[in-house]
Design a protein around this ligand. Structure first.
Ligand code: 4AD
Ligand code: MG
Length: 459
């Protein structure tokens, strides 16, 4: 007999004579002639109650089951006379799959997020992390659904690359050379390395995505990206997932329209499909979350230029740790002030000074700023970074020269501006930051199954 997921059972409208469920014991209560168990199988937040009578053949064994033990239960799905649940399972046969000893770390009481990070292999068994990772999964589906319906092609961009898209030099090296050999020779000889040249883990699939947007029209890439930046903050990890749409015949303002539509659609999807899991976060994690989600779905995101943002920050009279100065990048405290306190909703910032942005962004007519866009959101700060791309070969070459970028490595990128170049735009959205936004979880380490941060790669 095939097992039924608890999520399915709880949604049934009539009783069933024969059901088979498999899951883990969350709690057990002994009564005189029977015992109650709450069973969870990970398919949803809710447990199902199982009643085991003392006439079961292995009743004395079942009495020994502990929190965390795994059971296979065959029985009847009946209407529950008890409060709080519609259905329960009257067990007819219980097979003990395995017993968790008493030192199982997830006993009943609530644990801190910090503690649960030290047992990241067990934390998905808690209500909060189970809910977070089900929402993460649902969001992955929602992204592909959203783009499929819009007629975008999904592209798998390379993970090993020979170029630094962002030019920030925060890359992890990929090599097949043996460390001993390298130290014997005194230096890396890339000619003898696997690819015959330097190679790295990608920081962004954008440059590849641009090539495909100029062929397939609208594309997106969604996959792991890697940054060796040494920032131990609550919103940076070394390995994260980035969603990157890239659209031909699209300018900066249409790029923002798209980003806003995307965030609204994904939020709406989670609100519809993950109501139960989401309710855990609105109740226990962030009391203001429901209001935030409503703002995401119903408000029009603000749009201002970088220069206007600097003015607002200078006039705010707020004490910031980092000084605000035209020409420097905004810090997270500035970004959060703008989104959280000033606008109280997401805000797009556009037209940043060229010196703090990568080579590929389109030069504005003022010659000083580029057609960049960041989306800042309450509690997190930057969630999207993108731009209209420089489609004019001459401008692009000039910018690369100014920035001392080797044109030979980027020959293929330059080629795309020689043959049928068109205005095009795109952005990258940090997937983990989106999950933080939608769940109210405040540390990025808690939305990644096994986070990688400076000095930490356990699990
Ligand atoms: O702003 P970024 O660096 O943009 C790019 O890489 C562009 N090439 C994307 C594009 O235009 N196709 O990164 C995009 C987003 C950020 O806004 C942030 O949400 C997320 O990626 N991000 C990180 N998320 C978690 N940990 C990190 N270390 C991150 N670095 C960036
Ligand atoms: Mg950025």
């Amino acid at each position: 007999m095939k097992r039924k997921k608890i999520k399915k059972l709880l949604n049934l409208t009539s009783p069933e004579d024969k059901v088979l469920i498999k899951g883990w014991v969350r709690t057990k209560r002994d009564s005189k002639d029977f015992l109650f168990m709450e069973i969870n199988d990970g398919s949803c937040l809710a447990n199902i109650q199982v009643i085991a009578n003392n006439n079961l053949e292995n009743y004395s064994e079942i009495q020994k089951t502990t929190t965390g033990s795994a059971l296979s239960i065959f029985g009847k799905l009946i209407e529950s006379p008890g409060k709080g649940q519609k259905w329960e399972v009257q067990a007819e046969e219980i097979e003990i799959v395995s017993i968790a000893p008493d030192n199982y770390p997830l006993q009943k009481k609530r644990h801190s997020d910090e503690f649960l990070r030290t047992i990241a292999h067990l934390r998905p068994r808690t209500n909060k992390y189970g809910a977070a990772f089900r929402i993460r999964s649902e969001l992955i589906y929602a992204i592909h659904k959203f783009y499929n319906e819009l007629g975008f092609q999904c592209l798998s961009t390379p993970i090993i690359t020979g170029s630094d898209c962002e030019g920030a030099g925060e890359m992890f090296r990929v090599t097949s050379l043996e460390p001993e050999e390298v130290s014997k020779q005194g230096e890396m000889d890339f000619n003898t390395d696997f690819f015959g040249q330097e190679a790295n883990l990608t920081v962004s699939g954008q440059l590849s995505a641009e090539m495909f947007a100029l062929a397939l029209g609208d594309v997106y890439t969604f996959g792991p990206t890697f940054r060796a930046e040494n920032s131990n903050t609550s919103r940076h990890v070394a390995e994260f997932w980035m969603l990157e749409p890239e659209m031909a015949f699209c300018d900066l303002s249409q790029n923002m329209d798209h980003g806003e539509e995307l965030i609204k659609a994904l939020t709406r999807h989670v609100m519809e499909k993950c109501e139960e899991d989401l309710s855990l976060f609105t109740k226990f994690v962030d009391k203001s979350l429901a209001g935030m989600l409503d703002t995401l779905v119903n408000s029009k995101f603000a749009r201002i230029t970088y220069t206007e943002a600097i003015d607002i920050l200078l006039k705010s009279n707020k004490k910031f740790e980092f000084k605000i100065e035209y020409g420097t990048d905004l810090q997270s405290e500035h970004e959060r002030f703008l989104a959280e306190e000033y606008f109280k909703k997401p805000v797009f910032l556009t037209d940043y000074p060229k010196n703090i942005k990568p080579f590929y962004m389109r030069m504005n007519d003022d010659g000083k700023t580029v057609a960049a866009v960041d989306l800042l959101v309450p509690r997190i700060g930057e969630i999207i970074g993108g731009s209209q791309r420089e489609e004019r070969l001459g401008f692009l070459e000039k910018r690369m020269e100014e920035m001392n970028l080797p044109k030979d490595i980027y020959w293929w990128y330059l080629d795309s501006r020689k043959f049928g170049s068109v205005p095009h735009s795109g952005f990258g959205m940090g997937f983990e930051r989106l999950i933080m936004l939608i769940t109210g979880i405040t540390n990025i380490r808690d939305v990644v199954p096994f986070p990688r941060t400076p000095g930490s790669i356990d699990f």
